[in-house]
Design a binder for this molecule. Structure first.
Ligand SMILES: C[S@@+](CC[C@H](N)C(=O)[O-])C[C@H]1O[C@@H](n2cnc3c(N)ncnc32)[C@H](O)[C@@H]1O
Length: 419
């Protein structure tokens, strides 16, 4: 038991320790070559001994035409210098990384070993022999520290995989400082209150290689619960993660490619939300080509977003009329009642499968788009007697539906750009 607790604590400390593979960096970076000429690149969450970002830029320093490469190492890394030797295949494998946090600054990579090629062996030569290349930091290398922010001020483009736990702070710092960036993050990060407005304002979008699964190198003692997400190759442990996206503000060709639309709008196929005047589009590929109003689409749309084709209005968690304060049916268990206090979502009326419930007359049943369907209160047996059977049935059905609206997962709300 005590052992488990220790492991969990260790896991928590190591939550940010996911090391990106060179193959994933190369697959994305090949799209941006033109952005780096004469630029100062900063990898500010990267121990050069561990990081493939440093490795990529050091190896391609001349090819990309970089002006300078800056890299800082964070003292808080629980595995710093212990397990992930970057130069295992070339050079520094036998050398010990410094104990204290440090900065590496590369201004040129000449063919120092005179073997006719410029590669990691030359970078190794630089690190070993040029005292100006590797210098100790005064602090712990936190990207928010004064000295790291001063280095950020000197740089043009930041490229890395930052700690996921500090993603909001990280992105906001880069945007506040007006820096170019290309960084990895969880797709969910796009939903954050402090991140999504940057997407709406076209200050942040997604790179190329976002789909599928990426494998990250993790510390040897990192606990991975799901077998299918774990692999060990040549004694090195990897964990797979889905939904890892490249966040950037560097222009891409992808972002100017229009999404091909083929479906036509019908009110039956695209119901209007009960608590926001937009239609539900369950799949990005099914965005109707002829609908001029607002549409709610899955968050994966962001990977296809072309600002010349669509305008993003907002996100359902911000736009939806909230269910907070909605009276709940007596049968609703307490744990459901707690769910209602969660972030707002869009709802559709066709919600018989939903286990959620609210009374008619709530904010959901009376919202504008479905005014004509609104359920009237019953007036007792006398009032009902005069109604034809069919109408009574329809009213009962509508009332049941209003009591069981279907919650829709988080939606991005958009409209087509005017031609
Ligand atoms: C997700 S890992 C990625 C490491 C490396 N950038 C890569 O992609 O292989 C995030 C790194 O940020 C470091 N880190 C955590 N908090 C940090 C902070 N406040 N400032 C700078 N680096 C930090 C972690 O130690 C870890 O090495």
């Amino acid at each position: 038991m005590a052992g488990n607790r220790t492991l969990s604590a260790r896991n928590r400390a190591a939550l940010d320790e996911w090391y990106t593979q060179l193959v994933d960096i190369e697959a994305e970076l090949r799209h941006y070559r033109g952005h780096f000429r004469d630029k100062v690149v900063f990898c500010n969450c990267d121990d050069p001994y561990e990081s493939s970002f440093f490795k990529y830029f050091a190896m391609n320093f001349n090819h990309l035409g970089l002006k300078r490469l800056l890299t800082t190492c964070y003292a808080g890394s629980p595995i710093s210098g212990e397990q992930l030797p970057l130069f295992e295949t070339a050079g520094l494998r036998d050398s010990e990384p410094p104990r204290e946090p440090y900065k590496v600054e590369i201004r040129e990579v000449p063919d120092l070993n005179e073997d006719g090629a410029i590669d990691l062996l030359d970078v190794e030569h630089l690190l070993r022999n040029d005292a100006n290349v590797m210098t100790p930091l005064a602090g712990d290398g936190d990207f928010r520290s004064e000295e790291c922010v001063a280095l950020l001020d000197e740089s043009d483009i930041v490229v890395t995989n930052p700690p996921f736990s500090l993603f909001r702070e990280y992105i906001n710092l880069l945007i506040d400082k007006g820096k170019g960036f290309l960084v990895l993050g969880d797709q969910n990060g796009a939903k954050y209150k402090s991140i999504f407005p940057h997407i709406v304002a076209n200050k942040l979008w997604f790179g190329y290689e976002n789909g599928g699964t990426k494998w990250f190198r993790v510390p040897d003692d990192y606990e991975i619960m799901t077998e299918s997400r774990k692999k060990v190759v040549d004694g090195v442990k990897y964990q797979s993660m889905g939904r890892i996206y490249w966040y950037t503000n560097l222009d891409t060709t992808k972002r100017h490619e229009p999404l091909t639309l083929y479906k036509r709008y019908t009110p039956e196929e695209y119901p209007t939300y009960t608590n926001y005047p937009a239609i539900e589009v369950p799949k990005v590929a099914e965005i109707p080509m002829d609908y001029d109003g607002e549409m709610g689409v899955p968050i994966t749309f962001l990977d296809k977003y072309n600002p010349d084709q669509f305008k993003i209005i907002g996100i359902s968690t911000e736009l939806a009329e909230s269910c907070r304060g909605t009276p709940l049916r007596r049968t609703t268990p307490l744990r459901r009642a707690r769910s209602w206090a969660g972030p707002a979502s869009f709802f559709t009326r066709s919600g018989m499968a939903s286990t959620w419930a609210c009374t008619s007359g709530s904010s959901l049943s009376g919202s504008e788009p479905h005014r004509e369907d609104r359920v009237e209160e019953d007036h007792g047996p006398r009032g009902r007697q005069g109604l034809p059977r069919q109408r009574r049935r329809r009213r009962r059905r509508l009332r049941r539906q209003a009591q069981h609206p279907a919650e829709v997962p988080t939606r991005v709300c958009l409209r087509r750009q005017e031609a």
